[in-house]
Design a binder for this molecule. Structure first.
Ligand code: SAM
Length: 210
């Protein structure tokens, strides 16, 4: 429930030093993994982009605690590394503008969201029309939204709503294929690994903030 969440009134009130021990004054979070689960993809992001800050947002207490412990362990094991990733327990459907300023983010990831995709639950979906405008607010122009799911109906839903929204355009097939992050979307996250293991389908779509 909401009362479980402590959240800042304004992004200026966030003490990012608590998340990123070596953060410099000119650095800010640029990548957000929404519903990061156990953090596999977040770790990969940290390795791919050592100079940029990535955050995983996760609503479940036990799961976010796990990711925080995982990052702590990685930092201890590999001195000087993994200081650019962190996990925040929050409801990403409610509090993004409390944490991120307008046009702050360069990339947002929605990897295997909403496993229980049902028509009756439209407004609870992490990708719904009202939320798309909120995501557009925190994304910079030219920033990218990555979506991946094994549920074809959900993929179609996402594409339909993103393409209808005036602030997003889908990347071409060629652009999606050549993005260096694309291959990681299949294997890095725990959910992605499961789908690969079960030889399931994956549906990828990447959108640019216009
Ligand atoms: N992205 C991860 C992966 O690919 O392995 C996890 C996928 S899992 C199916 C979806 C995750 O989103 C769950 O861990 C869930 O707790 C989280 N989640 C759902 N709604 C959320 C919300 N409103 N804010 C933050 N996290 C949320």
């Amino acid at each position: 429930a909401d009362h479980c969440f402590d959240y800042p009134a304004h992004p200026d009130n966030v003490n990012w030093q608590e998340f990123y021990p070596n953060i410099t004054p000119d650095q800010h979070v640029e990548f957000a993994d929404i519903g990061c689960g156990y953090g596999g993809f977040l770790v990969t992001l940290g390795e791919m982009f050592p100079d940029r800050l990535a955050i995983g947002l996760e609503i479940r207490v036990k799961v976010s605690d796990y990711v925080m412990d995982r990052i702590k362990a990685l930092r201890t094991l590999h001195q000087g590394k993994y200081n650019n990733i962190a996990c925040l327990r929050t409801n990403a459907m409610k509090y993004l503008p409390n944490y991120f300023r307008k046009a702050q983010l360069d990339k947002m990831f929605f990897l295997y969201p909403d496993p229980h995709f049902k028509r009756a639950k439209h407004k609870w979906r992490i990708i719904n029309q009202a939320l798309l405008s909120e995501y557009a607010y925190v994304l910079r122009k030219g920033g990218l939204v990555y979506t991946m799911t094994d549920v074809e109906d959900l993929h179609n839903w996402i594409v339909q709503h993103m393409e209808k929204h005036p602030l997003y355009e889908r990347l071409t097939d060629e652009e999606e294929k050549t993005d260096p992050i694309t291959p990681k979307l299949y294997h890095s996250s725990e959910e992605g690994t499961k789908v690969v293991r079960n030889k399931g389908d994956h549906f990828l779509a990447i959108f640019r903030r216009i």
